[in-house]
Design a binder for this molecule. Structure first.
Ligand code: UDP
Length: 500
């Protein structure tokens, strides 16, 4: 029995309906599950009687909170003892400081971090370390996620011999004054770890060279966002969420909150009141947070160029291709305004897009939908994202910068070819140009965007091939099942290196 941690540390209960056997029951996942079971057998026997402690700063919202539950549940299913702890503090200044550090690692913000910052950072980590120290036993493995709890290892007093790993979910591929300030500040705590894990080689700071491993993020193929949807179920989701006018009665009830779209005058309207054409037309979709770096506006303008090409009679392609380009629509989707109330940048970006949308010529405006997806229920939102991605011919992720870009793996998993930016680390890690999508050189170049969209839409046979390659690529590299195998190998190496 694991004793309950003492505050401010908190234990997170992971309750999931999907077990490893459910993954094994899916024909094309069965191989990945047996590989995982096979490879982790040695890890399980080596690490029997030890506990793997995951420590993070939150259990809700954000990528870490999204990725840890399936990881914890699946590692338990293979036979490992895993516990997830969340650090706490009553002092809001701590989280303001760690948010600043987070932004500095991303290359922005005031690079001055002083003694007072260090004192605060260490104090909160020490309070949490005191509670953690009571739980740790010889040989245990401590995996600490992101910068907030990073200092917890140096703040443990008289810890037993354990294995320590720091997992960074963030990073930037260039160095500037901000990133240097962050890594200098964090340096002494980093040095205390046996190993660090990053999502891309470009993110490993110089001081950790030779002491860091790369493990890509992975998506959960059975999560509501990614699981297979039958045609009927996908249509039902779109109806229940109010994304489309329902073509007939459905068994499922309407969701708690309904999708909205921007109307011609810039106000909100129920999305399903007019037909976007998700079930019948070629569709290009981008689903993201309303963030300027996601490149929504240039994508919209590139799409408008494409429409001009066919509307203004300059198009010289085959009649069927002309028809495709005449019918294609662009869906730009993101969280509804309620969910972004306290995010001024998101409001600004959405307002800019609404302005650009209102200014479009009516004929082109009808071919663009700005969708607002309610966030009241995480599961309903995820199902809507799933169904919209599946209804898409092409998924765009026109980010100027992108740490990883889960939306890319999500679409590729659904065999939807993706259009993205070759200069951003995450997209070029996932996508291979003209093998499973298109990587363009400049996400702000409207002409290049227009050309890439045209190339993709005009060749459905090639798109199909790219979609298949895309799914295989995710299968091999970006599923939580393969990530856990890499984790298993890493833990085994560390256990052997430390001789425990
Ligand atoms: N997403 C969502 N609903 C939305 C918009 C985005 O669920 O309305 C999800 C999207 O499916 C993806 C995540 O938010 O899983 C965004 O992750 P990504 O790595 O693409 O970008 P980030 O937001 O971390 O910059």
């Amino acid at each position: 029995m694991i004793p309950e941690p003492r505050p401010p540390l908190r234990r997170v209960t992971v309750e999931r309906d999907t077990r490893l056997d459910d993954y094994a029951a899916v024909a094309h996942l069965a191989g990945a599950v047996s590989d995982l079971r096979l490879e982790t057998r040695a890890v399980v026997s080596r690490l029997a009687d030890r506990t793997i402690w995951m420590v993070s700063s939150t259990s809700r919202g954000g990528g870490v909170a999204e990725m840890l539950p399936p990881a914890v549940a699946l590692l338990r299913d293979v036979g490992l003892r895993v516990e997830w702890l969340v650090i706490g503090s009553e002092d809001p200044a701590f989280f303001a400081l760690t948010k600043r550090i987070h932004n500095l690692i991303h290359g922005s913000g005031d690079p001055t971090l002083g003694d007072a910052d260090r004192t605060l950072y260490e104090r909160v980590n020490r309070e949490n370390a005191a509670a953690l120290g009571e739980l740790l036993r010889t040989g245990d493995i401590l995996i600490v996620h992101d910068p907030q709890p990073l200092a917890i290892v140096t703040q443990l007093s008289h810890p037993p011999p354990i294995i320590t790993v720091w997992r960074s979910h963030i990073g930037l591929d260039v160095e500037n004054a901000a990133t240097r300030a962050a890594w200098d500040f964090l340096g002494p705590y980093l040095d205390a770890y046996d190993e660090a894990v990053f999502s891309a080689p470009e993110y490993i700071p110089g001081r950790l060279a030779g002491r860091a491993t790369v493990i890509f993020p992975g998506i959960d193929p059975l999560a509501p966002k990614n699981r297979e949807l039958s045609l009927r179920h996908a249509v039902e989701v779109l109806c229940s969420g109010g994304v489309i006018p329902c073509p007939g009665p459905t068994v499922g009830e309407r969701y708690l909150a309904q999708a909205q779209r921007v109307a011609a005058d810039g106000t909100w309207a129920p999305a399903g009141a007019t037909d976007i054409g998700l079930l019948t037309r070629p569709i290009v979709t981008q689903i993201s947070r309303w963030d300027r770096l996601k490149g929504f506006l240039p994508l919209l303008e590139g799409f408008v160029l494409l429409k001009r090409l066919v509307h203004e009679g300059e198009y010289e392609g085959a009649p069927l291709d002309r028809r495709r380009l005449e019918l294609v629509r662009l869906v730009l989707a993101g969280p509804d305004p309620l969910a972004i109330q306290d995010d001024p940048e998101a409001r600004e970006v959405l307002d800019e897009l609404r302005g650009a949308y209102r200014a479009l010529a009516p004929g082109v405006r009808d071919d663009v939908a700005i969708l607002l997806l309610p966030m009241h229920s995480v599961e309903e939102n995820a199902l809507m994202v799933n169904a919209i991605q599946r209804a898409s011919t092409v998924v765009a992720q026109n980010s100027l910068r992108e740490g990883f870009g889960l939306t890319i793996a999500e679409a590729m998993w659904k065999r939807i070819p993706v259009l993205s930016n070759s200069r951003a680390v995450g997209p070029r890690q996932q996508l291979r140009d003209r093998l499973d999508g298109r990587l363009i050189a400049d996400p702000e170049d409207r002409r290049e965007l227009c050309g890439a969209l045209r190339e993709m839409l005009e060749d459905p046979v090639q798109l199909e091939r790219w979609g298949q390659a895309a799914q295989r690529q995710v299968h091999e590299q970006f599923l939580v099942l393969s990530q856990l195998r890499t984790w298993g190998r890493l833990l085994l190496t560390l256990a052997e290196r430390k001789g425990g």
